[in-house]
Design a binder for this molecule. Structure first.
Ligand code: UDP
Ligand code: MG
Length: 332
């Protein structure tokens, strides 16, 4: 069976088209399938829409998270509940074309464990496209695992990879990075990223920045090393400067002779103070980023809470109802 995980956050307008297009594609795969819609705390009528889809076709199942936990947590929840031999992740706004999933499945049948879409073109604003370009290149340069360029979460994972992903207890999840980390046989397939089917973009710039920061700090310790190098570099510079100014004091005649301005240096002082202050704050911030992550991991809270399920057995909830937090067990 093939599971398709779709995070949904205020996508009521896109749902009918998703149902039609994904449903039509799924019929061509020649395999049984299930769709797992993860309602990430939508404030609009998405859940009612999801209910209607489930009533129409019980293969369309759903989880409703207790609040908005974010795209990456929603994907993680969906992956947890998916029962298929492979799991496809796609966005609910149809920017990822359901018609491409057939190619993923072909590659999977050939023996690949991970098939991901590589975005050859994006139908988005040019500022955003440039930001994505810079980010993926920076991530690839800094990361200690091989990160494919321009690959998002849209892709297919074999059951083996899914089980490994589920066993990872990380909280600041950058799913596409974790997927690369697993290894196995991976392949990228070119894909043209479409414009949204309907509605507004749900990733605010703030959330997008958090995702980028998560990607870099979760897969690289180079920023920490940068702090060390900056510290060493500025120390060396300041020693050189100190020696130089000491010499100007010891041999003022010589320095006046070569025309060196011997004015008391207010400007250079202020610049040095600002520069060192900036370097120190930056380094503190970098250390802070890692500490914040350690703190988050140590608290070990569940990644999401499950409010309601449709067509799925929620083992974490047991017999008493569906409102226990979504699974220590999954992650531990
Ligand atoms: N999404 C989500 N939770 C959020 C934000 C977004 O589940 O907090 C979902 C959203 O419904 C969509 C997908 O994640 O299906 C991608 O979001 P969006 O289209 O806003 O971002 P972009 O396509 O620009 O990456
Ligand atoms: Mg989108």
């Amino acid at each position: 069976m093939i599971s398709i995980v779709v995070p949904v956050y205020n996508e009521q307008e896109s749902l009918p088209e998703l149902f039609r297009r994904l449903g039509a594609s799924a019929e061509t795969w020649g395999e049984p399938f299930e769709v797992l819609l993860v309602d990430d705390g939508s404030a609009d009528a998405s859940w009612e829409g999801i209910r209607a889809l489930n009533a129409q076709d019980p293969r369309w199942k759903a989880v409703r998270l207790g609040r908005n936990f974010g795209h990456q947590a929603a994907i993680s929840a969906g992956i947890h509940f998916a029962g298929g031999d492979c799991v496809v992740v796609m966005d609910g706004d149809l920017q990822d074309s359901p018609e491409d999933i057939g190619h993923f499945i072909e590659k999977w049948r050939e023996g690949y464990h991970v098939v991901y879409a590589v975005r050859t073109r994006r139908k988005e604003s040019s500022a955003k496209k440039a930001a994505y370009k810079v980010f993926y290149r920076m991530l690839a340069a800094l990361s200690y695992v091989h990160m494919p360029l321009d690959a998002g979460d849209f892709g297919l994972m074999d059951r083996k990879v899914v089980d490994i992903l589920k066993s990872m207890p990380e909280r600041n999840r950058f799913v596409r990075g974790l997927r690369s980390w697993v290894g196995f046989k991976q392949i990228g397939i070119p894909h043209e990223r479409q414009a949204r089917a309907a509605g507004e973009v749900k990733y605010t710039y703030w959330k997008l920045l958090k995702l980028a920061v998560d990607g870099i700090f979760s897969f690289s310790a180079i920023p920490l090393r940068l702090a060390t190098f900056l510290g060493i570099g500025t120390s060396i510079l300041s020693i050189i400067a100190a020696v130089f100014y000491l010499l100007t004091r010891l041999f003022p005649a010589f320095f006046q002779g070569i025309g060196f301005p011997m004015v008391p240096g207010f400007a250079s002082l202020i610049i040095a103070v600002f520069f060192l202050g900036g370097v120190q704050l930056t380094c503190l911030g970098i250390v802070g980023e890692y500490i914040a992550r350690i703190y988050d991991e140590v608290k070990a809270r569940p990644l999401w809470t499950t409010m309601e399920v449709l067509g799925i057995v929620d083992e974490a909830a047991g017999k008493d109802g569906p409102s226990k937090p979504g699974s220590q067990r999954i992650c531990g």
